[in-house]
Design a protein around this ligand. Structure first.
Ligand SMILES: Cc1ncc(COP(=O)(O)O)c(C=O)c1O
Length: 387
């Protein structure tokens, strides 16, 4: 059940939310259930099919033995572990309850009423929510071929622009900007505009012209790069994100951040996870094997797939009754295969699928083959078969 009230407009005489708050369409997470189906494969939130590192699980269990003390409000253990993994100064790192908190924090730190925040047409939904929640005005840049367009973003910059959010690679499209384009974007921004490079899926990218943005975040005065432990590290349940940027940006965000925003189990499990490079490599290898396989198999069924560099793919369905994305979603769900509808991203004709286990990947391809050929879940031809 949705937690959002149908008619949230407050009557006069009652407490009024700040301007912008009621314009927020609350984030609806990918569904995780398939009613009546025994074995469910959740492929709707880009989690890893490999689970977390055993070392992270052990650290989490150990942390569970001592819950009475407040966590370390400076997240020292985790910042140090991240710093060691990437060769960084821990003072330049801030941690958050998921990168969602980082994205919200940066908006709350830099954006107020009258300020503008630019992000791209099919960009991650949290950018709009964070902008509105901080009283700012979202400004949406058109994309080209479902990919962020640097010229379109730069054309929207005004004296009121405070932030630019760029997911690279982007969710839900799976597309990315080569680094010379990111540099061109940065070079075109006024020095007082903060460029937030959200590299939630960076570990999965295997392209020579891709960079996470780390170097820019270390050298420029107006670039922040955010990362997450929810995807390749398999710790989505613990809510761990982080960002690296100029000292003055980290300092400002630390003033807004809640003093105990990270919990002890997350700090310890996260530190163990980032030190387990072998586990990350396993997850990368799994993705490298199955992302191209899924793309090829699904395209072989006559469906268009947006070329992805992340751990998910965007599958486009026709408008033909019986073959639409919505109907495909219902069909797959009946088989326990839970993908993500992306209408809220302006993509009503597509479904986003997370790369799953070998079993899940095979089941999705087989189910889509049946769907496209007009077989129902029981293998019978459906009335809507137009073959
Ligand atoms: C592009 C992007 N950024 C950030 C996040 C937030 O992840 P988390 O809050 O779990 O770190 C997600 C999650 O789906 C994402 O896709």
């Amino acid at each position: 059940m949705s937690a959002v009230l149908k008619d949230p407009i407050p009557a006069p005489g009652r407490p009024q939310p700040r301007p912008g708050v009621l314009a927020i369409e609350a984030y609806v997470p990918g569904k995780s259930h398939a009613p009546g189906v025994e074995k469910v494969f959740k492929l709707s939130s880009n989690e890893t099919p490999l689970g977390p590192s055993e070392k992270a699980v052990a650290a989490f269990a150990e942390a569970g033995r001592k819950l009475e003390d407040y966590p370390d409000g400076s997240a020292t253990v985790l910042r140090q572990a991240i710093a060691t993994a990437y060769g960084l100064d821990p003072a330049r790192i801030i941690c958050g309850a998921g990168s969602d908190e980082i994205l919200n924090l940066v908006a709350h730190t830099y954006v107020g009423p009258g300020d503008e925040v630019i992000f791209s047409e099919h960009g991650f939904l949290v950018y709009k929510i964070a902008t509105l929640a901080s009283g700012g005005t979202p400004v949406v840049a058109k994309e080209r071929d479902l990919t962020a367009d640097v010229d379109a973003i730069l054309a929207l910059v005004t004296p009121r622009t405070r932030l630019v959010f760029l997911a690279n690679p982007n969710n839900p499209t799976g597309t990315y900007l080569p680094f010379d384009e990111v540099r061109r974007l940065h070079a075109g921004l006024p020095a007082n505009v903060l460029l937030v490079l959200d590299a939630a899926y960076a570990e999965y990218v295997r392209r020579n012209d891709y960079e996470t943005g780390l170097e820019l975040a270390l050298t420029a005065d107006n670039v922040l790069m955010s990362r997450t432990f929810s995807k390749i590290h398999g710790l989505a349940a613990l809510r761990i994100g982080w960002a690296v940027g100029p000292a003055h940006v980290i300092d400002a965000m630390n003033r807004v951040r809640g003093p105990f925003n990270m919990n002890t189990p997350a700090l310890l499990a996260g530190a163990a996870a980032i030190a387990d490079a072998a586990h990350v490599e396993k997850a990368v290898a799994h993705n490298e094997r199955w992302l191209p396989w899924l793309t090829e198999q699904i395209e072989g069924l006559g469906l268009k797939v947006t070329p992805s560099v992340a751990n998910f793919l965007l599958i486009h369905f026709p408008d033909t009754p019986g073959r639409t994305a919505k109907e495909a979603d219902a069909f797959l769900t009946r088989r326990g295969l839970v993908l993500r509808q992306v209408s809220s991203y302006g993509l009503p004709g597509a479904l986003r699928m997370t790369v799953g286990t070998e079993e899940a990947n095979h089941l999705v391809v087989a189910a889509l083959a049946d769907f496209m050929s007009g077989q129902d879940s029981a293998g019978k031809e459906t009335a809507g078969n137009d073959k």
